[in-house]
Design a protein around this ligand. Structure first.
Ligand SMILES: Cc1ncc(COP(=O)(O)O)c(C=O)c1O
Length: 396
């Protein structure tokens, strides 16, 4: 079956006499009823395929996991109650005291705090490396390194890492590789096919696509995901059936939505690049982007995220942000509505100047999640927000 067909048709459907529901039902139940002690025993020894308890497994959740595995080209996927539940369950499963995780210093703020502040309490060592260091991945792997973790494109600068090179270096050294693929989505970038062991995504973003679900996903081999699945039962971060249903519905239109996000974002990036109020635009699809060549090699679309650094720094960013009318002032990304956030107040909030510099984040940055609206409305909104007199900034 083709990838798009899988997203639409895969799913658990109960058989009744003569017909089945077209869509996956929401099994809104915490527990499952058995016929006999013998059946419970057979479930426990694996000879009966059944469900025991929704923190362990649930048909609506299994259905969306099958779609996600097909989408990621992975043997298996697991869904979680948030992207951070996915990341933390992976890190707490794969790392033990004394192991080292090597992480790109330009990374989503929540992941940074987890690795910087929480993992050391369990004696896991961590080393943050710059993008320049990560471009020579053999050299960043040390004797204690168990896992290399990074994002591409990176939040919020859209810098890209050469995924094939990192994956190959890790494989040669017998080290695990993990990527946060949230910004690209599997439609634009297929990390498992590029050799990465573990692909993580915040399903809150493009996968669900409607800004009404919080969720996360991990995809990889059965061997890698089996212990993570067991840890998910204990750490308890599984998704509920209702959001799993919404996620499965969102996935049906993912390729269509991502195509539109890509086209709208490219048009917005091109508009901003020509604007006088703009110091710099970060979009991997622009020839001016430092990683445009890497992006072209490993992405089949450049995504819906655009980051813009304004002349005039923080004051200019606050001013333009407050004047937006169509684009909404909100954190998060990947939904139908275009959103704008200021990285220093959201994803990179609380970072020191030195940490901001390492993440490549400036105080004049606005991060745009370009949605599915008519692109001329988005450009008109940015034009008036950046303008000097509040009416039209297209000439200024
Ligand atoms: C790149 C990236 N990774 C991970 C996360 C965490 O996902 P969640 O909010 O679903 O826990 C986010 C959230 O904004 C993100 O932007």
């Amino acid at each position: 079956m083709g990838a798009h067909t899988n997203l639409i048709h895969r799913g658990e459907r109960p058989r009744s006499s003569g017909s089945v529901p077209l869509t996956t039902p929401i099994y809104e139940t915490a527990t499952f009823v058995f016929n006999s002690a013998k059946d419970v025993e057979r479930y426990q020894d694996g000879s009966l395929q059944a469900f025991l308890y929704s923190r362990y497994e649930n048909p609506t959740i299994v259905a969306v996991e099958e779609k996600l595995a097909a989408l990621d080209g992975a043997e298996q996927s697991l869904v979680f109650s948030s992207g951070m539940a996915a990341t933390s369950t992976a890190l707490f499963t794969l790392l033990s005291a004394g192991d080292e995780v090597v992480c790109a210093s330009a990374i989503y703020g929540g992941t940074f705090h987890l690795i910087e502040h929480l993992l050391p309490r369990f004696s896991v060592e961590r080393r943050f490396v710059s993008l320049e260091e990560l471009s020579e991945p053999d050299a960043v792997i040390g004797p204690k390194t168990k896992l290399v973790w990074f994002e591409s494109p990176i939040n919020p600068t859209l810098r890209c890492v050469d995924i094939r090179r990192v994956a190959a270096a890790c494989r040669n050294a017998g080290v695990l590789s993990g990527i946060d693929n949230t910004f690209a989505s599997p439609v634009n970038q297929q990390p498992i096919a590029l050799g990465i062991d573990l692909a993580m995504q915040s399903a809150t973003k493009y996968l669900n696509g409607h800004s009404d679900v919080t969720g996360g996903v991990l995809s990889g081999s059965h061997a890698l995901l089996d212990p993570i699945s067991k840890a998910r039962r204990l750490l308890g971060g599984v998704m509920d059936p209702q959001p799993a249903y919404a996620l499965g519905r969102g996935l049906k239109t993912l390729p269509l939505r991502v195509g539109r996000h890509n086209a709208n974002a490219l048009a917005v990036a091109q508009f901003l690049e020509g604007h006088d109020a703009v110091e710099r635009v970060f979009y991997p699809g622009l020839a001016s982007h430092p990683d445009h060549d890497i992006a072209k090699r490993q992405m089949c679309g450049f995504g819906g995220m655009v980051c813009v650094d304004l002349k005039g720094g923080q004051a200019a960013a606050y001013r333009a942000f407050d004047r937006l009318t169509v684009i909404q002032r909100a954190a998060s990304l990947g939904g139908a509505e275009s959103l704008c956030s200021l990285p220093i107040l959201t994803s990179q909030y609380g970072l020191t100047d030195d940490e901001l510099r390492k993440a490549g984040v400036s105080r004049g940055m606005m991060r745009l999640s370009i949605g599915l609206e008519d692109v001329e409305d988005l450009i008109a909104d940015l034009s008036q927000a950046l303008g000097s007199d509040g009416s039209d900034g297209s000439d200024g």
